[in-house]
Structures are given as structure tokens and as C-alpha cells.
Design a protein around this ligand. Structure first.
Ligand code: DO4
Ligand code: MG
Length: 297
């Protein structure tokens, strides 16, 4: 079963696709409303068949006051890559083994892009990368009710210059893609055994491909959630992306015109073309659910 957010005229709606292809609309106004419920209530609501719906344009699986947060340096590959790119390698080595995880704010709901919408790279950044990550969908009470995928698009050169530039390296227009849908937690038997792949194409040719597994993550997901919810409330829940185990060689730079495809076993595939993160390309990215998903050329 997948829970999805879709455009219906000028409105955003929430639906379900069952594993045998049936689709129905849920009797809620938003995903945020579902994230205010307990896991048990959420399950009852999404499993009750509703009015059937056809195919429709997918919107990002997040809305309302739900925030996207991110964990960093949770895989050895990420720790090694940060130490290579940074002028202060020590902070990354220390956080990899520390009890307290690195957690940072990534995006407000309305700024998130869906599959097939563009992602952005900063024109003032020399080295840009996609970061394919498993993302936890967490309700207001801190229960993980589902999983989705995040592309935590980032500037390696800006963060590498100084770790205090992390918000500028991580939080800018088009830097957060989520989706394509949400898979309920009870359908993922083992979130620590999921293959993650990435394919980047340029002019039809593969320029970076990689594969990893969530079995290599260095922290427990429930521990990341416990730290995120400690002394902070999320009335509409949160999406916590769990860090990347895939980082290309330092010579690789994600460029406008590239296409990034990231996939996670049992979760789905997220496909996004790359554009410069400017208003000219992302003026459509507004809180309006009927926004135009196709950026001007
Ligand atoms: O410290 C930088 C963030 C690293 C990150 O986003 C990741 O490991 O996925
Ligand atoms: Mg990341």
C-alpha cells in the first residue's frame, strides 16, 4: 500500500494505492491530519476503502506544518567524504561516533519538490551532489508511520569551505525532493535491509551510478527520532531523512540538464531533472497545491 498526495483541479487530495492496484481517496484534508493521529488510528483510516480515484499528478508527500529534518554523517562513506572535502575534517570524524547525532533542518513542506519536478543546484556552488536517503515519516507522537525517499541535494564546496555554511549548502530552492509516495511502516519488514541505488544521466549517458544498503547505517533510526523529538514538538509530525551512504568521487559535479534517479527497495523511485536554483526556474514552487510542476526552460 502507498499513500500519495495528488492534484485534483486546484486542490491537493490524499489517496491510497493498494498493492493490487486499487486506488481510493482518503476522507482527510491533508497528510498533516494523518500525522496528528496515533499509528493505530492512522492504520484504520488508510485501510478503510473509500471513493475510487483514477491516475493523477503526484504532489510531494508532505503538507501543512510538517517539517523535513535530516541526519548527517550516518554512514562511513559520508563520514569519509566530508573529511575529504572539509577544511575541518575533525568535526565529521567526531560526530560519526558521538552519542548525539547530527540533525539539521532541511525544508518547510511547501518547498519540497515531488518526483518528476525539478531539483536545484546553486549557481554559486562549484561541487553539487544528489544524496539518496531513506526518510522516516513520523507522527506528532514520535511514531514512525511510514517511509519515503529523500534526495538531500547539497553543495559539497560550500559546506567544505566552512561547516558553519551548512544551512546554505543544504537549504535552498529545489534542494529537497521527497517521494514518490509513503509506504506504511507495517509493510516494511526490516528498514535496515533496503537496497538504495542512484543513477545520474547527462546527455543520455550514465555519469554516476551507485548502490548501497540501509544495513550499513551506523545509527538506529529510533535513536535519531528520539533526539529529534527531544525538547521539540511537531504538531503535524516530521519527515526525518536518515543520511546518505552514497557520495560520488570529489571530481563529480551535478549540473543543470542532468537527470537523477534514486530508488529504494519497497519504497519506489524518485526522478528529477536538475536546474539552477533561481526564481526563473522555480517561480512555480509556491504553497499553492495547483502549482505548475514544469519549470520554464
Ligand atoms: O554534515 C553534513 C551533512 C551530511 C549529510 O547530509 C549526510 O550524511 O547525508
Ligand atoms: Mg544528506
Amino acid at each position: 500500500m502507498q499513500i500519495f498526495r495528488y492534484a485534483d483541479g486546484g486542490e491537493a487530495r490524499i489517496g491510497v494505492i493498494t498493492n493490487d492496484g486499487r486506488r481510493w481517496r482518503l476522507p482527510v484534508r491533508s497528510l498533516a491530519e494523518l500525522l496528528q493521529m496515533s499509528l493505530d488510528d492512522f492504520r484504520s483510516v488508510v485501510e478503510a476503502p473509500g471513493e475510487s480515484v483514477g491516475e493523477s499528478r503526484l504532489l510531494p508527500p508532505i503538507d501543512g506544518r510538517t517539517e523535513v529534518w535530516a541526519a548527517g554523517v550516518t554512514y562511513k562513506r559520508s563520514s569519509d567524504a566530508r573529511q575529504e572535502e572539509s577544511v575541518v575534517a575533525d568535526v565529521y570524524a567526531r560526530v560519526y561516533d558521538a552519542v548525539r547525532p547530527e540533525l539539521f533542518f532541511k525544508s518547510a513542506a511547501w518547498r519540497v519538490v515531488a518526483t518528476t519536478e525539478p531539483i536545484g543546484v546553486r549557481p554559486d556552488s562549484e561541487i553539487n551532489v544528489p544524496e539518496p536517503e531513506l526518510a522516516l515519516v513520523i507522527n506528532a507522537a514520535g511514531e514512525t508511520i511510514g517511509y519515503t525517499m529523500c534526495n538531500d541535494v547539497s553543495s559539497r564546496s560550500i559546506e567544505g569551505e566552512n561547516p558553519l555554511y551548512l544551512p546554505q549548502a543544504k537549504v535552498y530552492t529545489g534542494s529537497c525532493a521527497l517521494g514518490p509516495t509513503i509506504r506504511p511502516s507495517w509493510e516494511i519488514a526490516d528498514p535496515y535491509a533496503l537496497a538504495i541505488t542512484v543513477h545520474v544521466k547527462r546527455d543520455g549517458n550514465a555519469v554516476w551510478e551507485g548502490e548501497t544498503s540501509t544495513s550499513l547505517v551506523h545509527r538506529r533510526f529510533d535513536d535519531m527520532v528520539e533526539h529529534l523529538y527531544r525538547n521539540y514538538t511537531f504538531p503535524d509530525g516530521a519527515v526525518l531523512t536518515t543520511g546518505t551512504g552514497l557520495v560520488p568521487d570529489i571530481t563529480f559535479n551535478l549540473r543543470p540538464g542532468d537527470t537523477v534517479e534514486v530508488a529504494i527497495d519497497g519504497i519506489g523511485t524518485l526522478v528529477n531533472d536538475v536546474l539552477h536554483a533561481t526564481d526563473a526556474h522555480f517561480g512555480w514552487l509556491t504553497p499553492d497545491p495547483a502549482r505548475n510542476p514544469r519549470a520554464p526552460a
